[in-house]
Ligand binder design. Structure first.
Ligand SMILES: Nc1ncnc2c1ncn2[C@@H]1O[C@H](COP(=O)(O)OP(=O)(O)OP(=O)(O)O)[C@@H](O)[C@H]1O
Ligand SMILES: [Mg+2]
Length: 273
Protein backbone atom coordinates (compact mmCIF):
# COMPACT_ATOMS: atom_id res chain seq x y z
CA UNK A 1 0.00 0.00 0.00
CA UNK A 2 1.30 3.44 -1.01
CA UNK A 3 2.07 6.11 1.57
CA UNK A 4 -0.57 8.56 0.12
CA UNK A 5 -3.17 5.87 0.39
CA UNK A 6 -2.28 5.17 4.03
CA UNK A 7 -2.47 8.90 4.69
CA UNK A 8 -5.92 9.11 3.15
CA UNK A 9 -7.15 6.16 5.23
CA UNK A 10 -5.72 7.69 8.37
CA UNK A 11 -7.49 10.99 7.68
CA UNK A 12 -10.73 9.12 7.20
CA UNK A 13 -10.20 7.04 10.27
CA UNK A 14 -9.33 9.87 12.63
CA UNK A 15 -12.40 11.97 13.16
CA UNK A 16 -12.11 15.78 13.18
CA UNK A 17 -12.25 16.07 16.98
CA UNK A 18 -9.45 13.58 17.35
CA UNK A 19 -5.86 14.45 16.83
CA UNK A 20 -5.02 14.01 13.15
CA UNK A 21 -2.44 11.31 12.52
CA UNK A 22 -0.18 11.14 9.56
CA UNK A 23 1.20 7.94 8.19
CA UNK A 24 4.68 8.97 9.17
CA UNK A 25 3.59 9.35 12.79
CA UNK A 26 2.04 5.93 13.02
CA UNK A 27 4.29 4.04 10.63
CA UNK A 28 7.89 4.83 11.29
CA UNK A 29 8.88 1.85 9.20
CA UNK A 30 10.62 2.63 5.99
CA UNK A 31 9.99 0.43 2.96
CA UNK A 32 7.57 -1.85 4.71
CA UNK A 33 4.70 -3.21 2.73
CA UNK A 34 1.47 -3.68 4.59
CA UNK A 35 -1.68 -4.80 2.80
CA UNK A 36 -4.79 -2.63 3.07
CA UNK A 37 -6.55 -4.78 5.62
CA UNK A 38 -3.45 -4.84 7.86
CA UNK A 39 -3.17 -1.05 7.65
CA UNK A 40 -6.84 -0.76 8.64
CA UNK A 41 -6.26 -3.14 11.54
CA UNK A 42 -3.30 -1.09 12.77
CA UNK A 43 -5.35 2.10 12.47
CA UNK A 44 -8.13 0.49 14.49
CA UNK A 45 -5.63 -0.48 17.20
CA UNK A 46 -4.47 3.12 17.17
CA UNK A 47 -8.07 4.31 17.56
CA UNK A 48 -8.55 1.92 20.47
CA UNK A 49 -5.60 3.51 22.19
CA UNK A 50 -3.45 0.35 22.09
CA UNK A 51 -0.80 1.40 19.64
CA UNK A 52 0.73 4.76 18.96
CA UNK A 53 3.53 3.98 16.60
CA UNK A 54 5.03 1.13 14.61
CA UNK A 55 8.77 1.44 14.47
CA UNK A 56 11.57 -0.82 13.21
CA UNK A 57 11.38 -4.49 12.32
CA UNK A 58 12.51 -6.86 15.06
CA UNK A 59 12.21 -10.01 13.04
CA UNK A 60 11.08 -10.93 9.59
CA UNK A 61 9.91 -14.51 9.19
CA UNK A 62 8.05 -16.41 6.51
CA UNK A 63 4.77 -16.35 8.34
CA UNK A 64 4.95 -13.36 10.61
CA UNK A 65 6.93 -10.21 11.12
CA UNK A 66 7.54 -8.71 14.52
CA UNK A 67 7.87 -4.93 14.89
CA UNK A 68 8.89 -2.65 17.67
CA UNK A 69 5.94 -0.42 18.50
CA UNK A 70 5.02 2.10 21.18
CA UNK A 71 1.91 2.74 23.21
CA UNK A 72 0.64 6.21 23.97
CA UNK A 73 2.80 6.52 27.06
CA UNK A 74 5.89 5.70 25.02
CA UNK A 75 6.28 2.19 26.38
CA UNK A 76 7.78 -0.23 23.84
CA UNK A 77 5.62 -3.05 22.48
CA UNK A 78 6.21 -6.07 20.29
CA UNK A 79 3.72 -6.14 17.41
CA UNK A 80 3.47 -9.49 15.64
CA UNK A 81 1.80 -9.30 12.26
CA UNK A 82 0.84 -12.49 10.43
CA UNK A 83 1.31 -12.22 6.71
CA UNK A 84 -1.36 -13.07 4.22
CA UNK A 85 -1.08 -16.80 4.20
CA UNK A 86 0.92 -18.99 1.92
CA UNK A 87 -0.33 -22.49 1.16
CA UNK A 88 2.53 -23.89 3.25
CA UNK A 89 1.50 -21.90 6.30
CA UNK A 90 -2.08 -23.01 5.97
CA UNK A 91 -1.00 -26.64 5.81
CA UNK A 92 1.34 -26.14 8.73
CA UNK A 93 -1.15 -24.61 11.12
CA UNK A 94 -4.10 -26.80 10.18
CA UNK A 95 -3.10 -29.73 12.38
CA UNK A 96 -2.81 -27.52 15.45
CA UNK A 97 -6.18 -25.88 14.97
CA UNK A 98 -8.17 -28.99 14.10
CA UNK A 99 -8.71 -31.12 17.17
CA UNK A 100 -8.47 -28.13 19.47
CA UNK A 101 -11.87 -27.76 21.14
CA UNK A 102 -11.48 -23.97 21.00
CA UNK A 103 -11.69 -23.96 17.19
CA UNK A 104 -14.73 -26.10 16.51
CA UNK A 105 -16.86 -24.79 13.68
CA UNK A 106 -14.07 -23.00 11.87
CA UNK A 107 -14.29 -23.28 8.10
CA UNK A 108 -10.79 -24.43 7.16
CA UNK A 109 -11.03 -23.33 3.49
CA UNK A 110 -11.22 -19.68 4.36
CA UNK A 111 -7.60 -18.55 4.63
CA UNK A 112 -8.38 -15.21 6.23
CA UNK A 113 -10.42 -16.70 9.02
CA UNK A 114 -7.73 -19.33 9.51
CA UNK A 115 -5.09 -16.63 10.04
CA UNK A 116 -7.36 -14.59 12.28
CA UNK A 117 -8.10 -17.73 14.29
CA UNK A 118 -4.37 -18.42 14.49
CA UNK A 119 -3.72 -14.92 15.86
CA UNK A 120 -6.58 -15.32 18.33
CA UNK A 121 -5.15 -18.70 19.34
CA UNK A 122 -1.74 -17.19 20.01
CA UNK A 123 -3.32 -14.46 22.13
CA UNK A 124 -5.40 -17.00 24.03
CA UNK A 125 -2.36 -19.25 24.63
CA UNK A 126 -0.28 -16.29 25.73
CA UNK A 127 -3.01 -15.14 28.12
CA UNK A 128 -3.43 -18.60 29.66
CA UNK A 129 0.30 -18.96 30.15
CA UNK A 130 0.68 -15.45 31.51
CA UNK A 131 -2.16 -15.97 33.99
CA UNK A 132 -0.63 -19.30 35.04
CA UNK A 133 2.61 -17.50 35.87
CA UNK A 134 4.61 -18.81 32.91
CA UNK A 135 7.42 -16.47 31.88
CA UNK A 136 5.97 -15.17 28.60
CA UNK A 137 5.57 -11.62 27.30
CA UNK A 138 2.45 -9.96 28.73
CA UNK A 139 -0.37 -10.15 26.17
CA UNK A 140 -1.85 -6.72 25.42
CA UNK A 141 -4.31 -6.94 22.52
CA UNK A 142 -5.10 -8.66 19.25
CA UNK A 143 -7.18 -7.81 16.24
CA UNK A 144 -7.44 -9.80 13.00
CA UNK A 145 -3.85 -10.75 12.07
CA UNK A 146 -2.11 -8.42 14.55
CA UNK A 147 -1.00 -9.35 18.06
CA UNK A 148 0.36 -6.80 20.52
CA UNK A 149 2.43 -7.86 23.50
CA UNK A 150 5.04 -6.66 25.94
CA UNK A 151 8.41 -5.95 24.31
CA UNK A 152 11.18 -8.06 25.81
CA UNK A 153 14.37 -6.11 25.59
CA UNK A 154 16.13 -2.91 26.50
CA UNK A 155 16.89 0.30 24.61
CA UNK A 156 15.01 -0.83 21.49
CA UNK A 157 17.10 -4.04 21.39
CA UNK A 158 15.33 -7.33 21.98
CA UNK A 159 16.90 -9.84 24.34
CA UNK A 160 18.90 -12.55 22.60
CA UNK A 161 17.42 -15.95 21.86
CA UNK A 162 19.03 -18.91 23.62
CA UNK A 163 20.54 -20.01 20.30
CA UNK A 164 22.24 -16.62 20.00
CA UNK A 165 23.35 -16.34 23.62
CA UNK A 166 24.47 -19.78 24.75
CA UNK A 167 28.05 -19.66 23.49
CA UNK A 168 28.78 -16.68 25.71
CA UNK A 169 27.32 -18.27 28.83
CA UNK A 170 29.23 -20.15 31.53
CA UNK A 171 28.42 -23.72 32.46
CA UNK A 172 26.84 -22.49 35.66
CA UNK A 173 24.62 -20.06 33.77
CA UNK A 174 23.61 -22.79 31.32
CA UNK A 175 22.70 -25.04 34.24
CA UNK A 176 20.54 -22.28 35.66
CA UNK A 177 18.84 -21.77 32.31
CA UNK A 178 18.19 -25.50 31.93
CA UNK A 179 16.47 -25.55 35.33
CA UNK A 180 14.41 -22.49 34.42
CA UNK A 181 13.33 -24.09 31.12
CA UNK A 182 12.26 -27.29 32.90
CA UNK A 183 10.25 -25.21 35.40
CA UNK A 184 8.47 -23.38 32.59
CA UNK A 185 7.82 -26.61 30.71
CA UNK A 186 6.14 -28.03 33.82
CA UNK A 187 4.15 -24.85 34.45
CA UNK A 188 2.88 -24.79 30.88
CA UNK A 189 1.39 -28.28 31.26
CA UNK A 190 0.48 -28.35 34.95
CA UNK A 191 -0.75 -24.79 35.43
CA UNK A 192 -1.70 -23.46 31.98
CA UNK A 193 -2.97 -26.88 30.75
CA UNK A 194 -1.23 -26.46 27.42
CA UNK A 195 1.62 -28.04 25.50
CA UNK A 196 3.91 -25.54 23.76
CA UNK A 197 4.57 -27.65 20.67
CA UNK A 198 7.52 -25.66 19.30
CA UNK A 199 9.81 -25.31 22.26
CA UNK A 200 13.47 -24.98 21.33
CA UNK A 201 16.51 -22.72 21.65
CA UNK A 202 14.87 -20.53 18.96
CA UNK A 203 11.82 -19.73 21.07
CA UNK A 204 13.50 -19.04 24.41
CA UNK A 205 14.85 -15.60 25.19
CA UNK A 206 17.64 -14.97 27.67
CA UNK A 207 17.32 -11.97 29.99
CA UNK A 208 20.53 -10.76 31.58
CA UNK A 209 21.08 -9.66 35.16
CA UNK A 210 19.48 -11.26 36.95
CA UNK A 211 19.73 -14.16 34.53
CA UNK A 212 16.26 -15.26 33.49
CA UNK A 213 14.36 -16.62 30.50
CA UNK A 214 11.17 -15.94 28.58
CA UNK A 215 9.24 -18.37 26.42
CA UNK A 216 7.94 -16.92 23.15
CA UNK A 217 6.08 -17.98 20.02
CA UNK A 218 3.15 -19.79 21.58
CA UNK A 219 0.81 -19.78 18.58
CA UNK A 220 0.98 -23.52 18.04
CA UNK A 221 0.48 -24.46 21.71
CA UNK A 222 -2.42 -26.87 22.15
CA UNK A 223 -4.85 -27.67 24.92
CA UNK A 224 -3.88 -30.76 26.96
CA UNK A 225 -6.96 -32.48 25.53
CA UNK A 226 -5.76 -32.13 21.96
CA UNK A 227 -5.33 -35.64 20.45
CA UNK A 228 -1.61 -35.12 19.71
CA UNK A 229 -0.44 -33.70 23.03
CA UNK A 230 1.88 -36.64 23.83
CA UNK A 231 3.70 -36.29 20.52
CA UNK A 232 4.03 -32.53 20.89
CA UNK A 233 5.25 -32.81 24.47
CA UNK A 234 7.74 -35.53 23.54
CA UNK A 235 9.10 -33.38 20.72
CA UNK A 236 9.46 -30.37 23.03
CA UNK A 237 11.30 -32.45 25.62
CA UNK A 238 13.55 -34.05 22.98
CA UNK A 239 14.42 -30.62 21.54
CA UNK A 240 15.34 -29.24 24.94
CA UNK A 241 17.41 -32.25 26.01
CA UNK A 242 19.19 -32.41 22.64
CA UNK A 243 20.09 -28.73 22.79
CA UNK A 244 21.40 -28.72 26.36
CA UNK A 245 23.25 -32.03 25.95
CA UNK A 246 24.71 -31.65 22.47
CA UNK A 247 25.07 -27.90 21.99
CA UNK A 248 25.35 -26.44 25.48
CA UNK A 249 27.18 -29.56 26.63
CA UNK A 250 25.81 -29.70 30.15
CA UNK A 251 24.43 -32.57 32.16
CA UNK A 252 20.69 -32.98 31.86
CA UNK A 253 17.99 -35.50 32.61
CA UNK A 254 17.44 -37.88 29.75
CA UNK A 255 14.28 -37.58 27.67
CA UNK A 256 12.42 -40.34 29.52
CA UNK A 257 13.27 -38.89 32.92
CA UNK A 258 12.04 -35.45 32.01
CA UNK A 259 8.93 -36.79 30.29
CA UNK A 260 8.32 -38.90 33.40
CA UNK A 261 8.25 -35.73 35.49
CA UNK A 262 5.63 -34.07 33.31
CA UNK A 263 3.38 -36.84 32.01
CA UNK A 264 1.60 -37.53 35.36
CA UNK A 265 0.58 -33.90 35.36
CA UNK A 266 -0.58 -34.08 31.76
CA UNK A 267 -2.75 -37.11 32.58
CA UNK A 268 -4.28 -35.36 35.57
CA UNK A 269 -4.99 -32.23 33.60
CA UNK A 270 -6.55 -34.27 30.80
CA UNK A 271 -8.96 -35.86 33.25
CA UNK A 272 -9.98 -32.69 35.01
CA UNK A 273 -11.88 -31.27 32.04
N1 LIG B 1 7.73 -10.02 22.91
C1 LIG B 1 8.82 -9.91 22.17
N2 LIG B 1 9.76 -8.98 22.48
C2 LIG B 1 10.88 -8.86 21.73
N3 LIG B 1 11.16 -9.61 20.64
C3 LIG B 1 10.27 -10.54 20.28
C4 LIG B 1 9.06 -10.74 21.02
N4 LIG B 1 8.37 -11.75 20.43
C5 LIG B 1 9.12 -12.15 19.39
N5 LIG B 1 10.25 -11.44 19.28
C6 LIG B 1 11.31 -11.60 18.26
O1 LIG B 1 10.70 -11.93 17.03
C7 LIG B 1 11.13 -13.22 16.58
C8 LIG B 1 9.98 -13.96 15.91
O2 LIG B 1 8.94 -14.13 16.83
P1 LIG B 1 8.21 -15.53 16.99
O3 LIG B 1 9.21 -16.56 17.35
O4 LIG B 1 7.07 -15.30 17.90
O5 LIG B 1 7.65 -15.72 15.54
P2 LIG B 1 7.86 -16.86 14.46
O6 LIG B 1 6.54 -17.11 13.88
O7 LIG B 1 8.66 -17.99 14.98
O8 LIG B 1 8.71 -16.12 13.40
P3 LIG B 1 9.99 -16.71 12.68
O9 LIG B 1 9.46 -17.53 11.56
O10 LIG B 1 10.73 -15.47 12.29
O11 LIG B 1 10.76 -17.52 13.72
C9 LIG B 1 11.68 -13.90 17.81
O12 LIG B 1 12.67 -14.84 17.47
C10 LIG B 1 12.25 -12.74 18.59
O13 LIG B 1 13.53 -12.42 18.08
MG1 LIG C 1 9.94 -18.38 16.59
Amino acid sequence: MKIDEIDRLLKEATKPWEERVKDKDLFEVVDEVFDTSTVMTIIELYRRGVLRKISGVISSGKEAKVYLGYDKTGKPLAVKIYLTSTAEFKKGIYKYIMGDPRFEGLKPKDTRSLIFAWTRKEFSNLSKMYEAGVKVPRPIAYLNNVLVMEFLGEDRMRYPLLIEAYKELTEEELNTIYKLVVEELEKIVCKARLVHGDLSEYNIMVKPEPLDIAIIDVSQAVDVNHPNTYDFLKRDVENIIRFFKKEAKIETDNTEELLGKIIPCLEKRKQSL
